[in-house]
Design a protein around this ligand. Structure first.
Ligand code: WT7
Length: 644
């Protein structure tokens, strides 16, 4: 037994027990049918667990009907738990508000009534562009209640990015707030919506007053949340929806410039979110205080703030602020104050805390913590051990959870009461999930240390049902690389000698910056939309804190430079341009102006070589370059570093 095996005491109380692996192996569909009936309340029971006849378009729990909002809220009140706190909403200012399940039920009903009064009906799409305030959760659940798929857009995305998502999903209503607090300051938010909705299908904008800052107002279009929601009835009958009714669209970056609207439906998604939150996080709703630090604008916020924990009747913390404001100990102050027992956060945050020093968490009482989680990117073993020792008292299990926007819920992870942990590895598929590693030819790899591609070999309940409006892209992206029986995740992976799976990062042109997915093509197209840029190549270079950082190489246009910005000023201008096109998170860490880019004879940019430069490595094989002297030129230019 090593230090990293679960203690008998933990195992004894754990929700996820070893028998789940056997049950799933014995009968995949029967296993998932049992989970659906265990974790979800159905208005009408399903008759077929899985219909895969139209692969890769899956149908789960066919014939079943349910309401996701009823499952996340009403049923807990009906079970007598209306007084349980659902959400400790901790504002950026430190002020807090405890929202019980009974409160949440009233708020969700009022919001559903208000949305219906604005013309939202089942099937209509609603865009949500909000900070981390409880109204965001209420808005999502109100949509789910009506059966109006929501499309949450991260509040850090730009107006242009929001507009593209409103247009693609043809949203009828946008829900936002006047502004949001960032490091103690009120910053505008609604003004980005005003620009984004121009000329789109969105005819109403519902606005939460969060900061009280001045906003422009269109009397025809804009409505205050505190007027229409507060005055609405708190009674709303939740209608059952088909298991396969669309629950939400969430956009994520792919290998082209256009983000994909990942479509999730109701029954399978809710089942897997609730089940994984129970067995992986070991959530005991009567006694735990759970905190997932993700933003609701990402899939982690959807699955592990809203749908999983609320379906399970959890008490959770919802934090509006950032880890460094008002001070670098705020996370630990929150854990201490609310007695958080399960903390789910990202490697980039852990590495930041490492940098700030262990003496900061040491000032707080973290003894309530009993499960720690990690998500979004590989966690390096050093950060894993730091997390375990300094946050988890050297004893707390850490669940490193691998999954994606597309998978909807956790796929690979240890079970904290069963698995002997291996720092840095998400270890193996959870019960009910099947994965393999394939080589270039599609042959399964079994030997340790051989690097291949991670694939999923059986459909799973929370899987994406498609790319919104683009079924062909769905097939091409996920189901063609290794044939129609393998879901290609886009990640490189290998086994170690104990059979653990190690995720090695993306194999496509997708970067992972602070656990957020960024597309090289999307940032390149933002750069070339600037009048001074002729060509751009973007790579993800490894970065100590953020995992990867965006590094751009640009060729300037020959014309139009007269009197324009130069040098550092131009670089700054280009960074801001990307921020405006996509959002501040997409701004390159550095931009290098070059005369040429390394290309193959067929004209494909060899990003691998640029990555070598960006990571200060010896440059790799250049034999396929059309002009091999290019790399010398770039390398020379790199010696005088561009502005950061
Ligand atoms: C990509 C998915 C999962 C929700 C947040 C990100 C990487 C995610 C891990 C992990 C290694 C991980 C993969 C994956 N990733 N979790 N535990 N270990 N890599 O969702 O934006 O859809 O990104 O994040 O590369 O493909 P996403």
């Amino acid at each position: 037994m090593t230090d990293y095996a679960p203690t008998p005491a933990f195992t004894e109380q754990a929700i996820g027990q070893a028998g789940l692996y056997d049950e799933a192996a014995a009968d995949h569909e029967a296993f998932w049918a049992a989970r659906a009936r265990e974790y979800v309340t159905w208005s009408t029971d399903f008759d077929t667990t899985l219909d895969w006849s139209d692969a890769p378009f899956a149908k789960w729990y066919v014939g079943g009907q349910l309401n996701a909002a009823y499952n996340c809220v009403d049923r807990h009140v009906e079970a007598g738990n209306g007084d349980r706190v659902a959400i400790h909403a901790v504002a950026a200012s430190g002020e807090d508000r405890a929202i019980t399940y009974a409160d949440l039920q009233r708020e969700v009903c009022k919001a559903a009534n208000a949305l219906e009064s604005l013309g939202v009906a089942k099937g209509d799409r609603v865009a949500i562009y909000m900070p981390m305030i409880p109204e965001a959760v209420v808005a999502m659940l109100a949509c789910a209640r009506i059966g109006a798929p929501h499309s949450v857009v991260f509040g850090g995305f730009s107006s242009d990015a929001l507009k593209a998502r409103i247009e693609d999903g043809e949203a009828k209503v946008v829900i936002t707030s006047d502004g949001q607090f960032r490091k103690g300051k009120a910053m505008p938010l609604k003004d980005a919506v005003d620009r984004a909705v121009e000329g789109t299908t969105a005819s109403k904008v519902l606005v939460v007053q969060r900061t009280g800052i001045d906003v422009a107002w269109d009397d025809e279009r804009d409505v205050w949340w505190h007027e229409v929601v507060e005055s609405a009835s708190d009674q709303h009958e939740a209608q059952p929806h088909d298991s396969e009714h669309p629950l939400f669209i969430l956009y994520t970056s792919g290998t082209t410039g256009k983000p994909k609207g990942i479509l999730h439906t109701t029954g399978g998604y809710l089942t897997q979110c609730a089940y994984t939150n129970a067995v992986v996080h070991d959530l005991h709703p009567q006694s735990d205080v759970y905190w997932c630090t993700a933003d609701i604008g990402w899939v982690t916020g959807h699955s592990y703030i809203v749908y999983g924990p609320l379906a399970n009747g959890a008490t959770q913390v919802l934090f509006e602020g950032t880890p460094d404001s008002p001070h670098q100990g705020i996370f630990w102050e929150i854990v201490d104050k609310y007695k958080v027992s399960i903390l789910y956060t990202a490697p980039t945050a852990i590495r930041t805390f490492m940098k700030w020093g262990a003496d900061i968490p040491a000032k707080y009482d973290l003894s309530s913590l009993r499960v720690l989680g990690s998500v979004g990117e590989p966690i390096n073993p050093e950060a894993w051990r730091w997390y375990r020792d300094n946050i988890g008292d050297g004893t707390t299990p850490i669940v490193d959870t691998w999954w994606q926007t597309e998978t909807g819920a956790i796929m690979n992870s240890p079970l904290p009461g069963v698995t002997e942990l291996e720092p840095g590895s998400s270890q193996k598929p959870i019960p009910g999930i099947s994965a393999e590693i394939l080589d270039d030819e599609g042959q399964p790899l079994t030997e340790p240390e051989k690097v291949g591609y991670l694939v999923l070999t059986k459909p799973w309940p929370a899987m994406l049902r498609g790319v919104w409006g683009d079924p062909q892209r769905y097939k091409d992206t996920y189901w063609s690389r290794f044939g129609p029986e393998y879901y290609f995740a886009g990640d490189g992976a290998k086994y170690d000698d104990k059979g653990n799976i190690w995720i090695l990062g993306r194999v496509d042109d997708v970067m992972n910056v602070s656990g957020h997915r960024m597309s090289t093509a999307e940032i390149e197209s933002a750069l070339v939309s600037h009048p001074r840029v002729a060509e751009a190549a973007v790579v993800g270079a490894s970065d100590e804190t953020t995992g990867q950082a965006v590094v751009a190489f640009v060729i300037l246009r020959q014309d139009g430079a007269e009197g324009g910005l130069e040098g550092d000023d131009l670089v700054q201008e280009l960074r801001n341009h990307v921020g405006q096109q996509i959002g501040p998170i997409a701004k390159p860490r550095s931009i290098m102006v070059v005369d040429e880019l390394p290309k193959t004879r067929s004209g494909k940019i060899m990003r691998r070589l640029l990555k070598d430069v960006a990571e200060n490595r010896e440059i790799g094989d250049v034999t396929t370059l059309a002009d091999s002297s290019v790399m010398n030129l770039i390398k020379q230019g790199m010696d005088k570093p561009a502005a950061d």
